[in-house]
Design a protein around this ligand. Structure first.
Ligand code: FES
Length: 92
């Protein structure tokens, strides 16, 4: 739970455990990789986003889900991911 390497301003932790996996976590991770232009475990060049996948975060009833810093984002779709990333970029 404690990164050993520096991470971006926003640490995106996508759950890859069973409930989320059954509801598209792999596809979601692939979409985030494509959107951010990085692979899992990497940080964007502007140091805004680090993408990792993690074990169950306890949000199984709202799978697929991810945590960004200390906030949960649930029942994710590609459209929701687009909006979340856009909102975070606009906050910067
Ligand atoms: S399996 Fe994803 S939050 Fe539990």
């Amino acid at each position: 739970m404690f990164p050993k390497e520096p991470v971006g301003k926003y640490l995106i932790q996508v759950c890859h455990n069973i409930s989320c996996a059954l509801l598209g976590a792999d596809s979601l991770i692939g979409y985030l990789e494509e959107k951010l232009g990085i692979k899992k475990g990497e940080t964007t060049e502007d140091d805004m986003f680090t993408l990792i996948s993690v074990e169950c975060l306890g949000g199984c009833t709202a799978a697929p889900m991810m945590q960004i810093n200390d906030k949960f984002y649930e029942n994710l779709t590609r459209e929701k991911v687009d909006k979340i990333l856009e909102d975070l970029r606009n906050k910067a």
